[in-house]
Design a protein. Sequence first.
Length: 134
Amino acid sequence: ALNLLHYENPKNDNEKLMNYQYQFLKFDDKKAWGDLLILAFQVTERLVYSWCKKNKIFMDKEAVADKTSIAVEYVLRRYKSQSLIGYCVQKNYIHALRLGVKHAMKYTTKIIMDLMLQLILIREGMNGRRYYNS
């Protein structure tokens, strides 16, 4: 039996998200899932812009949309995970989305940096030495 936090009269986005989660998990409410998804994207986009401002990073709208999608997917995929059966956000949904943003901004940036390094090494030769035409 799920003992999920929910609110009689939600006053903010976090409480709304918690209520959507409650409706989805407790009653398999597909509309609540859709509402959760929409609000999660809206909140996460604000969190991505906040991250960029705080870390003095410029991103165009397309990059923000990509990072937002990665962050939301990072959180929401847990509901469908076979290894996390019974997953739910316990107290603070916005905190969970913030962790998704952290993952999107740091982990995916590391992957991109690793790929760029591999490309540089390939261009410079197998051992990272530059080959010059004589």
